[in-house]
Design a protein around this ligand. Sequence first.
Ligand SMILES: Cc1cc2nc3c(=O)[nH]c(=O)nc-3n(C[C@H](O)[C@H](O)[C@H](O)COP(=O)(O)OP(=O)(O)OC[C@H]3O[C@@H](n4cnc5c(N)ncnc54)[C@H](O)[C@@H]3O)c2cc1C
Ligand code: SF4
Length: 473
Amino acid sequence: MTDISGFLKIKRKEAGNRPLNERIGDHSEVEQVLNSEDRMLQAARCMDCGTPYCHWGCPVDNLIPEWNDLLYKGDWKGAYLRLAATNNFPEFTGRICPAPCEHACVLNIIQEPVTIRENEVAIVEKAFTEGYIKPEPPKTRTGKSVAVIGSGPAGMAAADLLNKAGHLVTLFEKDEKAGGLLRFGIPDFKLSKATVDRRLDLMIKEGVIIRTGINIGKDITGKEILEQFDAICIAIGATHPRDLVAGGRELNGIHFAMDFLSLQNRVNSGHIPVSASNINAEGKKVLVIGGGDTGSDCVGTSTRQKAVSITQIEIMPKPPLRRSDNNPWPYFGKILKTSTSHEEGCERYWNLATVKFLGTDNHVTGVEVEDVVWNPINDKYTMLVVRDTRRIIDADLVLLAMGFVHPALEGLLSELELELDQRKNIKVDQTQLTNRQKVFAAGDSVSGATLVVNAIASGRKVAKEIDKFLRKA
Ligand SMILES: Cc1cc2nc3c(=O)[nH]c(=O)nc-3n(C[C@H](O)[C@H](O)[C@H](O)COP(=O)(O)OP(=O)(O)OC[C@H]3O[C@@H](n4cnc5c(N)ncnc54)[C@H](O)[C@@H]3O)c2cc1C
Ligand code: SF4
């Protein structure tokens, strides 16, 4: 048991971020690391509350009070083993999870929650440096083979567990390197790619075969894969971006967020030279349309590229600073989020709809916007335009960050004639099986765009179902 009165004596202490002026000059991780002694004290704030809602809030069911207790006592290895029991990649979630566990932490009712996410990353990083994490290939092989298509966190988690279960796993990826959005979506300043490579290297040493630069459904047909493998797991993500239908959309200088972000990630890792990066914010007035995390990542990347000004607009209302009555603890608090990228400098506006894009010489010069309000009508929020509020925001680079609608439907999904749900995601049953024999699916391609921790949870679930299926076959 942790120090049950620890929370009364010790205040929440976060590792904090690198100084703003320093961090905007590079693309390295923003968050710092707390020393081991302070980290162990932070674990002492976990009060062994009896009904750990943090565990309920964590999509991979992390055994949070157990590893906090071990961490508090200085048993880093024990803490790591409890953490690894439920989470394949704590080094990813410990860096970039929005930590629903902390929103659900019982301490959060009366005080600041335990630093669960930071404790998680501290435990796994100690495990890497102390050598507790070593390649552990399975002792025996089952003779069954699995193709995992898509190497984001869902595909990686599925491949990792299926390999550990003794099946021979080939992880296919259409991009030049594995990792999915961990590599080409999420900026380095949130998650270093060395962290992704370190895990992939470990998986390779444990026996996972990774084949990159192969688009399944194009370079190799789905039917060939069906013939060659005993089971298939599709984890191709939800990559189809939501577009903005408005006059002037065809003007140059208007891009999807992912096209912009993936270029910077490729430049950082040396996959392409800076000169080949044809979408760049340097010296530009940037307008980011979409107020979510992807939009925030565009803000941080534009800052590092030395934009002249950055504005982020959102059509929905500004979230409250505190939980509203209909959003109580222990649910995820729908409150205003100010990211490190926002802190670095950006104007933010809410309740703003885009009317049209304006331009000269075929290039965008601004965006006409107008105020909207959201009125509850018959239990539904309806958007109403506020008259005579049209105005122009100057912009010569517009980034569309309004989310993703569904997986790419052309290629693999249409070739295999996979059934889709109403939102055009892959339809699966309770065992994650699609309408096709031995074809399972996981991650964002099933749920729609969500979070890394949900993708890992989905990858873990599909691996267990595929393992059951193969052992019966
Ligand atoms: C900019 C951005 C920032 C984000 N930030 C965060 C964050 O801070 N925290 C968080 O929790 N979540 C974040 N997310 C969400 C998170 O990244 C996703 O929910 C998660 O990566 C989904 O995992 P996945 O494995 O299902 O799919 P993906 O990560 O999308 O991986 C799918 C992979 O499949 C490959 N693929 C597709 N089709 C084929 C094919 N036919 N053949 C072979 N390979 C194929 C793709 O190239 C891709 O590599 C962010 C998302 C974006 C876009
Ligand atoms: S994975 Fe996310 S929700 Fe789970 S313990 Fe870690 S930070 Fe919390």
